[in-house]
Design a protein around this ligand. Structure first.
Ligand SMILES: *Cc1c(COP(=O)(O)O)cnc(C)c1O
Length: 421
């Protein structure tokens, strides 16, 4: 029996209506940018398996670093103990994070990195005897699937069963050329009527919303507004972190730095699940007290897993290498050329790109998980490309190690798919 058949017996997949769509493709191998299925078909992983394996699948350098670590120290509790990989990772991360970040808190996925950020903000004020209970977030933001993260996410189509149980959130539109003043007006009203703990945002580009970009100046203005009102800002860089936008972090494009940053996905180079919530010294000090209960009592069993830390350290070494930085610039150049080639196509409504992320919106209306989307997905897979349309957006977010020939094949397939929509 094939893996695909055996899968159906006991497995329940995420983001899937099994009655309508029972099949899952069995992948047996991955190397660099190529996924191989159980029948031997190969696919270019043009979205880096959800923005994780940016240095390629089964990267030898990452494998060697983790293998060495496994033989020395596999895991130990991070409550009461520490170890070299965690210490070293904190040192290396602080070197590349926005300069106001000074403390590293470990989690194990993007949602819990956000969850910890939300709890840090709430308790920061609670510890000062201030009760603040409202968060502000962007419309159409995505921050994960645990309750806090789900609450601040604006893409709520699938949140129906849980809506009565979410924390209190008000939404603002993302800034564009012309709406910043009206957003500020809205914020002033919110601030005078509510006790606001924090503002959470995906900086410059909203991934799950369909790689939607917004205005950096406007975002700066919004962040500065929160700073003057003593409201914490939480940058969710789970998707944007580690070079995707052309800089190490999307926050590097902005003058106003966040108080808290959430990281995951490419953090461990696609090898192991791990996440981090970083923060400023000021936030950390807000938890120091003679009173034990003012400490941060949020913990995951596998916090700071040494092997995952080793993968992250090796990932940062690759990210900051001349070779990868060069690759990123080459991909940006190729995207710029492709945008010119395709932007006037009658089926294309808009195109945009930021760093290695390229997206185009089709003129056609497409449902997030509808028939046309399935048809396009199949078209790409038949052509040996793994791309995953989001609504009527098709986007590319290739590993930094994609070859030019592979990237050109992805572009060509994207151009060809326009004939069938
Ligand atoms: C993927 C993602 C998350 C959630 O991360 P998980 O590891 O899937 O829980 C949160 N925020 C953003 C911006 C993401 O892209």
């Amino acid at each position: 029996m094939s893996l695909q058949e055996r899968d159906k017996k006991h497995l329940w997949h995420p983001l899937k209506q099994h009655q309508l769509n029972p099949e899952s493709l069995a992948i047996v191998q991955a190397k660099d940018c190529i996924l191989t299925d159980e029948d031997g078909n190969e696919y270019i992983d043009a979205i880096s398996s959800w923005y994780t394996c940016m240095y390629g699948h089964c990267n030898d350098y990452i494998i060697e670093a983790t293998h060495k670590q496994m033989q020395r120290l596999d895991h130990v509790m991070f409550s009461d103990f520490t170890h070299e990989p965690a210490v070293k990772l904190s040192e290396e991360l602080i070197k590349i994070l926005p300069h106001n970040q000074n403390k590293i808190y470990f989690n194990d996925n993007g949602s819990t990195a956000v969850e910890a950020g939300i709890k840090m903000a709430l308790q920061y004020y609670f510890n000062k005897d201030e009760k603040r209970s409202l968060f502000i977030a962007f419309e159409d933001g995505f921050h994960g699937d645990t309750f806090g993260a789900m609450s601040v996410s604006g893409l709520s189509v699938y949140n129906g069963p849980f809506e009565d149980f979410l924390i209190n959130v008000k939404r603002i539109p993302v800034p564009n050329d012309s709406n910043t003043d009206s957003i500020l007006q809205q914020l002033k009203t919110l601030v005078s009527n509510h006790k606001i703990a924090g503002f959470i945002y995906e900086p410059l580009i909203q991934g799950a919303a369909g790689m939607k970009t917004h205005d950096a100046n406007g975002l700066n203005t919004i962040l500065n507004f929160f700073k003057t009102r003593n409201i914490l800002t939480i940058a969710d860089e789970v998707m944007t972190g580690f070079g995707k936008t052309g800089k190490n972090f999307a926050s590097d494009y902005l003058e106003a730095k966040p108080d808290i940053i959430c990281l995951s996905k490419a953090l461990t180079a696609g090898l192991l699940p791990m996440a981090i919530t970083s923060c400023t010294q000021d936030i950390y000090e807000g938890f120091l007290s003679e009173d034990i209960s003012k400490g941060f009592f949020h913990c995951h069993t596998y916090s700071a897993n040494p092997v995952a830390c080793a993968a992250a350290i090796a990932g940062i070494e690759l990210l900051t290498s001349a070779k990868i930085q060069n690759n990123i610039q080459n991909i940006i150049k190729s995207h710029t050329d492709f945008k010119k080639r395709i932007q006037n196509h009658p089926k294309v409504k808009t195109t945009r790109h930021l760093g290695v992320i390229f997206a185009l919106d089709l003129n056609t209306k497409m449902q997030r998980y509808g028939d046309l989307r399935d048809k396009l997905l199949k078209f790409f897979m038949d052509r040996g490309i793994f791309l995953r349309p989001l609504g009527n957006t098709i986007y590319i977010q290739p590993p930094y190690v994609i070859t030019n020939a592979q990237l050109q094949k992805v572009y060509q397939t994207l151009e060809d798919v326009l004939d069938i929509v």
